[in-house]
Design a protein around this ligand. Structure first.
Ligand SMILES: [Fe+2]
Length: 453
């Protein structure tokens, strides 16, 4: 019997809420003017097929608008693809589709050229949202996208270009897409890749786009069985990492030991080598579960394209995910990273029959971590039992790399509702600068952004 992964912190909410002038403990910095948005899967009903796999639930975006030291509003809205619109008694929004796919984008939400987009991978288009999170429609950037888009993007802080890597089960390639700061697609490159592997995230340096080509590939057998996510571990597919030159478009492939990677923390060029910091899952990550146990760890890959070798070191061996950093330094040498260790996420990625005592160190759960990669140290901020923590998003304030805030939705079990916690990145374990008390739960989800007004 399979249990729905939408339990515990992932249990969906059933209502869309609009609330104004939220209660705040502490003081919201007056310089924070914008919206903190986060996307995640929130099935309309646990009886729906979309509730059978964590990655396929309909997207819901949760947002808090901060202005002049006040928490002006909280809103949560389903992303209305045609099916969600109909279920909610609304007209489907007109818009393009790719490959007959129309998915209520559930993975990330980003700001681009003054617009807001919910994004997802594997062939579907992004959905554009209004400032207040109402769905405008699917978007192919004026016909600029030949196919679908991607969940994860990385912006070059110097050029302002937004990079993405798209994949689709019907393609014999991945697609590198560059969108400029005005929202225009300026470059599309096809990268030949066999077996239609899944590619969740990638990395960007000043010279390269770093592509993970790992052994989780499209599975016709899974598709024919009607599995909601027809991708499976494939021992016949090698594991390698590609350095795509941003200038020439040539790719240098280097073999790595088989593993799985969802997320990049950051990457940068170091002489002729490339350093990539990421969260790595041990071999045999099947159907978004660790088939043979193990732990997702924060690792550093030092890629030497000349020698054709990748040296791997462990930065932190505790189970953690959702790495973020100061995006003013995307693709550049940097010092600080932020990750989350969340009990309910750990519970989902371990095999269904894992006994609780076999799971990684419970004392470490529901913790936000600040990594000092220069000193090799961490500061851990624990929130306690039931206080499941979401992705920590860094918002810069001053010039120094960690002069800013870390924002995250944290469940408040006493209230049965979420708090938006605003930490000082430089006083990570001190009292939060502000805690915004939301009127409802925010289920655990995936990724989000601070989008400045
Ligand atoms: Fe992700």
């Amino acid at each position: 019997m399979t249990t729905t992964p939408f339990r515990g912190g992932f249990a969906p909410v059933t209502e869309e809420i609009t609330a104004f002038d939220l209660e705040v403990t502490g003081r919201i910095p007056a310089e924070l003017n914008g919206r903190y948005l986060r996307n995640g899967p929130n099935p309309l009903s646990l009886d729906d097929p979309s509730a059978s796999h964590l990655f396929v639930g309909e997207g819901m975006v949760h947002g808090v608008r901060l202005r002049d030291g006040r928490a002006e509003w909280y809103r949560n809205r389903w992303v209305r693809n045609a099916a969600v619109a109909r279920r909610l008694g609304e007209e489907p929004r007109p818009g393009p589709t790719h490959g007959g796919m129309d998915f209520a984008a559930n993975t990330h939400v980003i700001g681009l050229a003054g617009r807001t987009f919910a994004t997802v991978e594997a062939g579907s288009l992004p959905y554009e949202l209004s400032y207040e999170l109402d769905t405008i429609g699917a978007c192919d950037f004026g016909g600029g996208l030949p196919g679908g888009y991607a969940a994860h993007t990385h912006a070059d802080p110097v050029t302002g270009e937004l990079h993405a890597m798209a994949y689709f089960f019907g393609w014999d390639h991945h697609q590198h897409i560059v969108i400029d700061a005005t929202g225009k697609v300026t470059q599309v490159r096809d990268i030949p890749i066999a077996d239609a592997p899944m590619l969740h995230d990638f990395a960007l340096t000043e010279r390269y786009v770093v592509i993970y080509d790992l052994p989780v590939t499209f599975s016709m057998a899974h598709a024919e069985k009607g599995m909601p996510l027809p991708y499976a571990w494939n021992d016949a597919h090698g594991a390698r990492v590609g350095l795509l030159s941003r200038v020439t478009g040539e790719v240098r492939w280097v073999d790595v030991d088989p593993c799985w990677v969802f997320h990049t923390l950051n990457a940068y060029d170091d002489g002729d080598e490339v350093v990539v910091d990421l969260v790595s899952y041990p071999q045999r990550f099947v159907d978004a579960r660790l088939d043979l146990g193990g732990t997702p760890t924060l690792d550093r890959w030092r890629i030497d394209p000349g020698a054709g070798k990748v040296a791997r070191t462990r930065l932190d061996d505790r189970a953690q995910e959702f790495p973020r950093m100061d995006e003013r330094l995307t693709g550049r040498a940097y010092r600080y990273g932020y990750t989350a260790a969340t009990r309910d996420l750990t519970d989902v990625i371990y095999p269904a029959d894992t006994e609780l005592e076999d799971l990684p160190d419970e004392a470490f759960d529901n913790t936000l971590i600040k990594h000092d990669l220069e000193r090799g140290t961490q500061e851990s901020r624990q929130f306690g039992r039931g206080a499941y923590v979401g992705e920590p998003v860094f918002v810069a304030a001053g010039a120094a790399e960690d002069d800013g805030y870390v924002l995250s939705y944290v469940n408040n079990p006493a209230r049965g509702a979420a708090d938006l916690v605003i930490l000082s990145a430089q006083d990570f374990t001190g009292e939060p600068i502000a805690t915004v008390h939301l009127p409802a739960r925010v289920p655990l989800g995936f990724h989000g952004s601070w989008i400045v007004d």
